[in-house]
Design a protein around this ligand. Structure first.
Ligand code: UT7
Length: 330
């Protein structure tokens, strides 16, 4: 183990222009603005244009992150895209981003860890730098969930939104950057949150489409119970790995799935809501993109400052969970 410190040296985010409010949703599903706000905290979400796919959102977020890091695309050694809504089953969306950016020296691959994906990608990417293999890694969480959302299903249709967030990883001064992490999975919960058809188990057919099996299916209550338990647990473990405790945390940046899940995680960690970054009201659940979009907003608006201790935490399909504690550098 060497003593290199690795952290985020540039950030960027992009959400599509079109906004869909809860009132708009009332037109297509049996729901109400009041129910959605009270049960989820979501007021609106962004939806990709017809000609926009995940790689397009990812590229725009990445361009901002490169600018913020003040480096060129040619300096990137590796691109990792975390997504559950790749442009195609293959090639990897990361390869399409590599081409868009003209990142001619970069390797590229995707990570599939649902809503925990960005933190999985962040931890993976940081290892290449720590090991001395690469110097600059671009990590992106990007989703066009609107393409796999069943707008007629009120159990899931009001939750999701589209967007992308990107981070450039590089070496940081001693004591800054990633200080502790925790990653985990429990595949016995795979059935709780899935897109049933379109893969090798259940290839897409006219029948699977008729049965709407190409859309997200979720047992919301079970995922909710899992989420409130795991958010506190994984954050505590990552803090322990960093030799810190919850009182050291300046800001918690949680996966933005539901305000009730976020509040209950904060309570379990003993953190007041003033220390929690929340933007689920504006974007809904953007899965792998939610943590980097929230982080970008908090940093660019001056809320998060250099020297702050930041806890990123996510959970999602798989089931998966992930957290990363950082001393903010940039
Ligand atoms: O990124 C990770 C992915 N997912 C999540 O984090 C989601 C975790 N789960 C949740 O956020 C919540 O379980 C939901 C928001 C999905 C659902 O909230 P809930 O408080 O668990 O509601 P529920 O499913 O227990 O439903 C309560 C009632 C039911 O009516 P009855 O049976 O009590 O008459 C539902 O039919 O609310 C009804 N309902 C709705 N009403 C209006 C469910 N969805 C809606 C809706 N609009 N969209």
């Amino acid at each position: 183990m060497n003593n290199k410190y690795v952290g985020i040296i540039g950030l960027g985010a992009y959400v599509p222009e079109k906004i869909m409010t809860n009132k708009d949703l009332e037109q297509v599903m049996d729901t109400s603005d009041e129910w959605i706000v009270e049960r989820t905290g979501i007021r609106e979400r962004h939806v990709a244009a017809e000609n926009e796919a995940t790689s397009d959102l990812a590229t725009k977020a990445a361009q901002k992150a490169l600018e913020d890091a003040n480096i060129t695309a040619a300096e990137i050694d590796l691109i990792i895209v975390a997504t559950g809504t790749a442009d195609m089953a293959f090639p990897a969306t990361a390869c399409l981003v590599q081409d868009n950016l003209k990142a001619i020296n970069a390797a590229a691959f995707d990570v599939s860890a649902a809503c925990s994906g960005f933190i999985y990608a962040l931890v993976t990417g940081s290892q290449f730098i720590k090991a001395g293999v690469y110097r600059k890694v671009l990590v992106i969480g990007a989703e066009t969930l609107s393409r796999i959302t069943d707008w007629s299903d009120r159990k899931t249709g009001m939750l999701f939104g589209d967007g992308a967030g990107a981070a450039v990883l590089g070496e940081t001064p001693e004591g800054y950057g990633i200080l502790g992490v925790d990653l985990g999975s429990n595949g016995s919960g795979a059935e709780l949150l899935k897109v049933p058809a379109g893969g090798s188990r259940n290839p897409a057919t006219a029948e699977t489409v008729l049965q709407r099996q190409h859309y997200i299916q979720m047992d919301g209550n079970e995922v909710f119970k899992f989420a409130v338990k795991i958010m506190g647990e994984t954050t505590s473990k990552a803090l322990q790995n960093a030799n810190l405790t919850p009182v050291d945390v300046t800001y918690l940046v949680p996966h933005q799935a539901n305000i009730r899940i976020i509040k209950s995680a904060a309570k379990r960690l003993g953190l007041p809501m003033e220390k929690v970054v929340v933007n689920v009201d504006k974007y809904g659940n953007t899965s792998a993109a939610s943590v980097p979009i929230a982080l970008d907003e908090a940093v660019k608006s001056g809320v998060i400052k250099p020297g702050d201790i930041i806890a990123l935490v996510g959970f999602g399909g798989g089931l998966t969970w992930a957290s990363s504690i950082m001393k903010w550098y940039k």
